[in-house]
Structures are given as C-alpha cells and as structure tokens.
Design a protein around this ligand. Sequence first.
Ligand SMILES: [Zn+2]
Length: 96
Amino acid sequence: MNSTSPVKRCSGECGQYKPESEFYRRGGRLAHLLCSECKTCMVAKQAAWRRENAEHMRAYDRKRYPGRDRTAKNEALRALRATDEGRRRLLDQRLR
Ligand SMILES: [Zn+2]
C-alpha cells in the first residue's frame, strides 16, 4: 500500500477498507471531510431510502389529502383567473 492513496474504513454495510477515492466528499463547509460510508454503500442506502420513502410519502399523502384532485384544483384556479376579482385575490395570496 503506498502512502499517496490512504485507505479508510467504511462504516456502512460492507465495512471494508477502501481508498479515499471510493468515498464521497461532504458538501459545503465540510467539503474537506469524507463521508463515513463508501460510495457503494451510500448509493445502495439512498436507493433503499428512496424506495421506502416513496411508499411512506404516498401513504402520508393519502391520509393527509383524502380525495385530493389536481384537476379540480386547476379548474378552480382557471375559473379564478378568469375574473378580475379572482386575479386580485391570487396576487394577494402571493404577496403575503
Ligand atoms: Zn461500504
């Protein structure tokens, strides 16, 4: 192992020692730091998270907005925009 490519232990699923190039950097002010999990583990975890959350969010949406209908809302908006009074109200909401 040469000293120009330091290795770091992944704290994720694989737990392997990998070169630092196999780890993502953190963002913003922490850009000098590496993530504690290797790219492979991060990607796997994010995919799983997205899967779980897509399910979770759908269930949440259903519970929170029962019978939510986008089309009906768009129709209502269009009807509102068709009148001067409606346009004023929409503008008011936006400014507030
Ligand atoms: Zn890993």
